[in-house]
Design a protein around this ligand. Sequence first.
Ligand SMILES: Cc1cc2nc3c(=O)[nH]c(=O)nc-3n(C[C@H](O)[C@H](O)[C@H](O)COP(=O)(O)OP(=O)(O)OC[C@H]3O[C@@H](n4cnc5c(N)ncnc54)[C@H](O)[C@@H]3O)c2cc1C
Length: 416
Amino acid sequence: MRYSALSVLKQALTGHKGWQPAWRDAVPAPHYDVVIIGGGGHGLATAFYLARDYDVGRIAVVERSWLGNGSIGRNTTIIRSNYLLPGNLPFYELSLKLWEGLERDINYNAMVSQRGVYNLFHSDMQRDAYARRGNAMRLHGIDAVLLDRAALRKTIPYLDYENARFPIQGALLQARGGTVRHDAVAWGYARAAAKLGVDIIQNCEVTGIRQMGGVAVGVETSRGYIGAGKIGMAVAGATSQVAAMAGLRLPIESHALQAFVSEAVKPLVDHVITFGAGHFYISQSDKGGLVFGGDIDGYNSYAARGNLPTIEDVCEGGMAMMPMLGRARLVRHWGGVMDMSMDGSPIIDKTPVTNLYLNAGWCYGGFKATPASGVCFAHLIAREAPHEVAVGYRLDRFAEGWVIDEKGSGAQPNLH
Ligand SMILES: Cc1cc2nc3c(=O)[nH]c(=O)nc-3n(C[C@H](O)[C@H](O)[C@H](O)COP(=O)(O)OP(=O)(O)OC[C@H]3O[C@@H](n4cnc5c(N)ncnc54)[C@H](O)[C@@H]3O)c2cc1C
């Protein structure tokens, strides 16, 4: 069923009785040409681009839970391509360009809102670092503007510019950055992939990866064995666990990251703002809630929930940037599991096991990467070669020393 203004009107006039399920809830077949493990944003996007752009035969996405239960439905919805390093810039810019056309590509309203991302700076040194990052972006044809305090104050007057410890000097602005409704991305890709014949199999946990002579041939699941020509792992926070099923030990740690939503207030924060003196960022949802977050909880965990000290830390950052925040009541918070790589950049590569492919290491930033990750992982699986914007995302870079360390902070997940 195609969505359009006309279909909405028709349903409105007929009591909304004719809407069909967005995707088929498939039963596992004995064999597929490609099985993608993980029905999060990356797995679903990969299946969609594989089905749309390549002739690879039958495709299934196998999800242990329901679509949207993972980090795709738990993130704070920010998209941007304001990176510094050549290994990252073209990839994230491809992603932003794909976001710009996504709703047409998948015929789904994902509420893509390019409201602008402002990264605040608080010292001369930080300004220089942001100037460098902005210049790198512009050299790659990506929009970036460095704003001084007066220009920033005109657009965002309510910040604490005179804060004694962290006075705000200005911001790096990427006007094309913004937010997208996160769970709509999962539903939209699932619907579009299913329309192209992909089997979306929910409540089907992969419990083992069967190999014959170093070649992956299928997955053991809670709903029986499924044979596969090729297997793509896109399980984000569960990467180490699923990789271990194939005997792989990866340079990835799983950590909890929390998100917070306040009671609904009148429209106030019409951009995305990040605090430069601590880990805090904020935007406002269309329903009025202030949506914000900060650092990972700081210890390894597979629990999709967080702890009180991080809540305190995040709220302190928010109060330093925007003291009025203290008047708002916090109504919801939750956690998700992040697959933190040791240089802060992702991995899209083959594994030492033939026909087993890896998509992981998304750290805090995998939501914005969803479309490009799908395009690049589909390319890798179908063509057996990396996509041109993902050549640096090799698994062996950690052994060889070709890390893509945006922040220059080394193998410390909490600093990426
Ligand atoms: C609080 C929070 C805020 C964030 N904010 C942002 C942000 O603003 N911007 C941004 O770019 N990124 C953000 N992120 C990061 C982003 O959400 C993730 O990097 C991204 O969603 C991970 O990719 P995914 O969508 O494929 O993951 P998921 O949705 O987690 O998908 C992985 C799927 O694999 C499934 N799975 C796991 N094990 C198995 C198994 N054995 N068998 C079958 N299925 C399995 C899981 O159930 C899950 O559905 C945030 C994350 C969190 C938690």
